[in-house]
Write a protein that binds this ligand. Structure first.
Ligand code: FNR
Length: 219
C-alpha cells in the first residue's frame, strides 16, 4: 500500500502530476505512517557515552519518526523459576510491551570484555522468552546497532556478538553504516556528542533504520 517508489505505485497518482506533487505525496504518506523506534542503552552509567549516542540520535531523527528510550536499570537477573511461577516482573513486562509496540529497535552497546555488557544481555534474555500467548517481541523487528568506547576498537567486538545474539532472536539488523565510535572521550562534551562526523553517521544510521523498517512494511 501507499507510495512505495516512483516505479512501483500501488495508489494512483493524479493524472497530471509533477515532481513537487509526488514529493508532497511521499511526505504526506510518511507523516501518516510514522516509524516508532525504541532505544536501549547497554550502559547504566549516568554519563554513559552510549546513552549519549541515543540522545544524539533523538536530536537527529528524520521526519515522522520517534525515539523513546527504554529503561533497563530495574530489570532483575533472569531466573526461569520466577518467569514460570510469577510471570514476567513488572520492569520486564514494561520493556516487552515497549518493544512489541515499536516498529524498530536501536541499541547502543558498550563493549565489556570483548562482548556486550551483562545488563544488556540479561534484558535481551528476558524479552527473548515466549510470553503466555507465545508472543515473541523481538521476532522480525528491524534493528540498528551502534556503540562507543574510549578504546581504538569502538565496540566492534561487542557489536559482532550482538549480531550473533540477534540471529537467535530473529531480529532483522541493518549492516550499514557501522557506527563504531572510538576514542569516545574526544567526541563528547558534558555527555553530549559534539563530533560532527560522528553525528552525521548517527543520523545516517537512523535514516537507514527508518528506510529498512518502511521497506519491511512494504511502503
Ligand atoms: C570496559 N571497557 C572496555 N572497552 C573496550 O573497548 N573493550 C573492552 O573489552 C572493555 N571492557 C570493559 C569491561 C568492563 C567491565 C568495563 C567497566 C569497561 C571500557 C568501556 O568501553 C568504557 O567503560 C565505556 O565508557 C563504557 O561505556 P559507557 O558506560 O560510557 O556507555
Amino acid at each position: 500500500m501507499g507510495y512505495p517508489s516512483v516505479t512501483n505505485l500501488a495508489v494512483p497518482l493524479p493524472t497530471r502530476y509533477n515532481g513537487d506533487v509526488l514529493q508532497h505525496s511521499l511526505e504526506d504518506f510518511a507523516m501518516t505512517h510514522p516509524v516508532r523506534i525504541v532505544g536501549i542503552s547497554g550502559s547504566l552509567r549516568r554519563d554513559s557515552f552510549n546513552t549519549g549516542l541515543l540522545h544524539a540520535a533523538r536530536e537527529l531523527l528524520p521526519a515522522a519518526t520517534t525515539l523513546d528510550l527504554a529503561d533497563i536499570s530495574a530489570i532483575p537477573l533472569y531466573n526461569q523459576d520466577v518467569q514460570l511461577e510469577q510471570g514476567f516482573p513488572a520492569p520486564v513486562q514494561r520493556l516487552r510491551d515497549e518493544i512489541a509496540a515499536a516498529d524498530a529497535l536501536l541499541i547502543a552497546t558498550p563493549e565489556y570484555n570483548y562482548s556486550v555488557p551483562g545488563v544488556l544481555k540479561n534484558a535481551l534474555d528476558w524479552v527473548s522468552r515466549p510470553g503466555p500467548q507465545q508472543e515473541l517481541p523481538f521476532n522480525r523487528k528491524p534493528l540498528a546497532i551502534m556503540g562507543a568506547s574510549p578504546s581504538l576498537f569502538g565496540t566492534v567486538r561487542a557489536q559482532l556478538h550482538l549480531r550473533q545474539i540477534a540471529v537467535y532472536l530473529n531480529l532483522l539488523p541493518i549492516n550499514k553504516p557501522e557506527v563504531l565510535v572510538m576514542r569516545a572521550g574526544d567526541k563528547f562534551r558534558a555527555g553530549r556528542l559534539v563530533d560532527e562526523p560522528t553525528r552525521a553517521l548517527v543520523a545516517d544510521l537512523v535514516q537507514a533504520l527508518v528506510n529498512w523498517t518502511r521497506e519491511l512494511r512494504g511502503e
